[in-house]
Ligand binder design. Structure first.
Ligand code: SF4
Length: 205
């Protein structure tokens, strides 16, 4: 929610970014105060915790190659407002191979909004998605060329880092956005009416 006292130009820019998110394929988009985003070092540590994520270390956009919660908080201090996005999908899709298509769309939505934000003058804006970009964009490649060969990302226009590696509390982010979270049960046979979601974030600054 943007306070009324904010200049009309800022309100219009943020509304424009929200609309762009929907146009790019998000089910919904919200404007939140960047100060309301909660990060937790322990959440970032989960990527290589008791259960190590199979994608840990494989891509430049996942730990230990990302800057982590400390740097996120520095960016957060510079940003007054952020755009959040969610894509709803049937639970049966969430736990099927089709999930990758939705996750790719999530990356495309947040990178598209980031690009629009930069074009609008918020030149340092940064987008975050969910899920490692390695299986989503570079499954056919043995390695991430950024990590292995210090080359540019093969999909720099689309792939964005996962919120997990920055310790972003996604459940709190959803609640702050006005989308109360109902925990998804892993139910491969899920009934058609079961629905799930994936979320992303653009820090605007
Ligand atoms: S090259 Fe592939 S794996 Fe590496 S950061 Fe880019 S999209 Fe991710």
């Amino acid at each position: 929610m943007i306070p009324d006292k904010e200049p009309n130009e800022l309100k219009a820019s943020l509304a424009h970014l929200q609309q762009a998110a929907i146009r790019f394929g998000a089910t919904d988009s919200a404007v939140i105060s960047s100060g309301d985003i909660r990060t937790d070092d322990n959440l970032a540590a989960l990527c290589n915790g008791g259960y190590t994520c199979p994608n840990f270390g494989l891509a430049a956009s996942c730990p230990p190659h990302v800057e982590g919660p400390e740097q996120f908080r520095k960016w957060q201090e510079k940003s007054r407002y952020s755009i959040t996005v969610k894509i709803e999908l049937p639970t049966s899709v969430m736990f099927s191979d089709e999930r990758k298509e939705v996750m790719r769309l999530l990356h495309q939505v947040v990178s598209g909004v980031e690009k629009k934000a930069i074009e609008s003058g918020f030149t340092q804006s940064k987008a975050f998605a969910g899920g490692s970009c390695k299986p989503l964009f570079c499954e056919e490649n043995n390695t991430c060329c950024v990590v292995a060969d210090k080359l540019s990302c093969r999909h720099m226009d689309e792939a964005r880092p996962s919120m997990s590696g920055f310790g972003i509390d996604v459940i709190q982010l959803m609640n702050t956005s006005g989308w109360p979270v109902v925990q998804t049960k892993q139910n491969k046979g899920g009934s058609p009416e079961d629905s799930s979601w994936v979320a992303g974030l653009i820090l605007v600054f």
